[in-house]
Design a protein around this ligand. Structure first.
Ligand code: KG4
Ligand code: ZN
Length: 353
């Protein structure tokens, strides 16, 4: 027996829909991704140097139905065959979340099938299990690094995910985007910085690494961002001598990137040591960074830790990762049709249902 799930993702600037085929009961295997469709809004946000929430919400309204249609078409599935609807309801941009939830509720009501609310961060980490169906990913430390999140979790199971710590200011991806904008490299910043950094010296600038020698599993990237600004423009940040020579931009990019990588690798290692866990799962767009992947792999090999980094299509925002809903469905965690979105992070101690 299997169940077909239609999953919807609209937490930020990607409109996503996916069809998954899940075994019933779910313990007998990991769902198969029959289709996963993403409509990216990068072009719409590019000239603003970051995601504009209002524009994101409007673009989701335009894209959600065509994206769902395409996901069904690619899976070769009719709406009538769908047995459950999943949607990410937290955390994210409020207007963006509402579009996905409204579509999901309408479909669940019309098809008379269960609606399942999914936590976007739990879903990012479950993507590791989808990507490595033959290996046991849990229990693991989870690290989600994206434009909106930099958080560590103790994941005792797909739905037993406890926050260990996170950023007190910018997310790592956000820092990449802002530094890229300072250096005139465009948006999204991560890929642009990585490209330019290839020819730079990661040791050229000694940028700060916040909380590096602190037991707390906290991150801060705003001091690093300011340090790049000062290095670029002088201590009063007012220097206006035009763009620096390309060699300096490359050195700044490489040194900044190295600082972020050092912070992420060291905090992941600390989380592993503090929890005693031997597996590490990664999610979020920053996991595309080659230097970060290499740094994590080196640390994992040295410490005898099993590392799970999904392919990029499952690291960045996507709807397939909402396949975690099949586990909730089996556990009877079905949402009422009057549920609402929760834009903010669910804090430790708060009910995470
Ligand atoms: O997960 P994602 O697609 O969207 C959300 O933010 O939810 O992540 C996008 C973020 C952006 O901030 C982007 O600059 C960053 O991931 N990113 C990278 C790389 N590719 C994307 N950061 C560092 N290196 C990369 N190669
Ligand atoms: Zn995300």
């Amino acid at each position: 027996m299997s169940v077909l799930l239609l999953a919807i993702e609209t937490t930020c600037d990607e409109t996503g829909a996916a069809v998954l085929e899940g075994p019933s009961p779910p313990e007998i295997g990991v769902p198969i991704i029959r289709s996963s469709v993403i409509s990216s809004q990068i072009d719409l946000h590019q000239r603003f140097g970051g995601v504009v929430p209002e524009i994101a919400a409007r673009a989701h309204v335009r894209q959600i139905l065509p994206v769902i249609d395409e996901a069904l078409k690619r899976a070769g599935v009719g709406l009538g065959e769908i047995g459950a609807i999943a949607v990410a309801t937290r955390p994210g941009l409020v207007g963006a979340l509402i579009v996905g939830l409204t579509a999901a509720k309408s479909l669940a009501l019309a098809l008379d099938v269960p609606l399942i609310a999914v936590d976007h961060l739990e879903a990012h980490l479950y993507a590791c299990q989808l990507a490595f169906p033959d290996r046991e990913v849990y229990p693991c430390v989870g690290l989600v690094v994206s434009g909106g999140h930099t958080s560590l979790f103790a994941c005792r199971g797909p739905l037993a995910v406890e926050p260990l710590g996170g950023t007190i200011d910018d997310a790592a991806g956000e820092a990449f985007d802002k530094v890229s904008s300072m250096l005139g490299l465009g948006y999204p910043g991560g890929p642009a910085i990585e490209r330019v950094a290839e020819s730079g010296n990661p040791k050229a600038f000694a940028f700060p690494r916040s909380f590096l020698h602190d037991d707390r599993l906290a991150f801060s990237f705003s001091g690093l961002k300011t340090a790049v600004l000062y290095a670029l423009k002088g201590q009063d940040a007012r220097g206006d001598s035009g763009p620096p020579p390309p060699g300096v931009v490359a050195d700044l990019a490489a040194s900044f990137q190295q600082a972020v990588v050092d912070i992420l690798v060291s905090k992941a290692r600390q989380a592993l040591r503090q929890t005693g866990m031997r597996r590490l799962g990664i999610g979020g767009g920053v996991a595309a960074n080659g230097r970060l992947r290499d740094g994590l792999a080196a640390m994992a090999a040295k410490d005898g830790v099993e590392l799970f980094i999904p392919p990029l299509s499952l690291c960045t925002d996507n709807a397939a990762m909402a396949g975690i809903a099949l586990i909730k469905l089996a556990a009877g965690q079905v949402a009422d049709l009057d549920i609402d979105v929760t834009p903010g992070l669910v804090r430790p101690g708060r009910k995470n249902g």
